[in-house]
Design a binder for this molecule. Structure first.
Ligand code: SF4
Length: 350
């Protein structure tokens, strides 16, 4: 079959919030958290300020939280959409920002639907079922595609292709579920002790990233009860960032380092990151030497390039701004350049 012929999948927009040309949305399950404590939302990017009784959003605030059948005892942020199982959703009086999740069967038979956004769980194999045939399509449907196929990514890719063939363009959120037992393959727990990459990072990135890179998916839902909620949220944003489908953080482009490298690349990168990683959308090149570095950081906005022992040259794009700054001052100088360009923002205290 023709696997890549019809890519990307162009969906229509639903509720001016998902699909179309909007960035992929992120949904996480918070139903197992302590829903008596508003502070748990800090794990998904909404920091509750008790004194002001307000929430602060960050660059990595998730778009939807799934609560299954659990009701929180605190007021949720006004800009966070909540998703409940259909039966529970139905019992909630004030449905502002609250949407239902249906099984395909529930949706087909449902008497009550949300007027703006209905999530419907589905699998690729369902597309040939008689249940699917009786589905009344409408513009409020967002499919949550799941898979229990051994080759889950291929199965979900096929789902998009099948939708296109049928002529359906509702948005699709790609959901993958991982249980602890799924992580017993030959890959070690950590690939590199210096920069630990856990198995969930590897699995989710390859499963979801492969689809997003081809323009498939209006959102992602990583379901992994064994993974801490804050890690799931940052993993989700990380996958969108890496596939260039949604930029939510600063990007660093560093050279692989070699015999020419004039400073400890890892240490230097950590140092630069610690003060600039809140500058959303900025690309900073960190290059070991001036011989090849400037060429290798081609599309960076700024460059921090080793120029000699204890000497750093700073770039704006391809242009040298300051030559041979001592490395103890170089980061301050770089920040000054970013400030002069009007691109600096103060970090919000956590
Ligand atoms: S930029 Fe310089 S130090 Fe870095 S890998 Fe290339 S040649 Fe080596």
């Amino acid at each position: 079959s023709n696997e890549t012929g019809n890519l990307p999948y162009l969906s229509q927009e639903v509720n001016t919030f998902i699909g179309g040309s909007l960035v992929p949305r992120i949904i996480v399950d918070i139903s197992q958290e302590n829903l008596k404590d508003a502070q748990i939302l800090a794990k998904v990017g909404y920091r509750y300020d008790m004194l002001l009784d307000k929430y602060h959003m960050g660059e990595q605030s998730v778009d939807f939280v799934y609560l299954a059948d659990s009701l929180p005892s605190f007021t949720m942020p006004a800009n966070l959409k909540q998703v409940y199982n259909y039966k529970t959703w139905f019992t909630i009086k004030d449905k502002t920002n609250i949407h239902p999740l249906f099984t395909l069967e529930e949706f087909v038979h449902a008497k009550h639907k949300d007027s703006s956004l209905n999530m419907v769980q589905i699998r690729n194999a369902d597309l040939t079922s008689s249940l699917f045939e009786s589905l009344q399509l409408d513009k409020t449907i967002v499919f949550i595609v799941e898979t229990n196929h051994l080759h889950g990514m291929a199965d979900q890719r096929q789902f998009f292709r099948n939708l296109q063939e049928i002529g359906i363009d509702n948005p699709v959120i790609v959901k993958r579920s991982y249980q602890k037992e799924d992580f017993s393959g030959p890959i070690g727990e950590f690939m590199n002790p210096e920069e630990p990459i856990s198995k969930i990072q590897l699995y989710a990135s390859t499963d979801l990233g492969a689809l997003l890179i081809d323009g498939l998916g209006s959102g992602i839902w990583i379901d992994s009860p064994a993974t801490a909620l804050e890690n799931l949220a940052s993993l989700s944003f990380g996958i969108l960032q890496a596939t260039r489908s949604r930029i939510s953080k600063t990007e660093y482009i560093s050279c692989p380092s070699c015999g020419r490298t004039l400073f400890d690349l890892q240490e230097t990168t950590q140092m630069i990151r610690s003060r600039t990683n809140h500058l959303k959308g900025l690309k900073i090149g960190i290059m070991g030497c001036i011989v090849n570095g400037p060429g290798e950081m081609a599309d960076a906005d700024y460059g921090y390039v080793g120029a000699g022992p204890d000497k750093v040259t700073l770039y704006r794009g391809q242009q040298v701004v300051k030559k041979n700054v001592s490395s103890s001052k170089a980061l301050d100088e770089l920040i000054k350049i970013i400030k002069d360009d009007g691109l600096w923002i103060e970090e919000i205290e956590e």
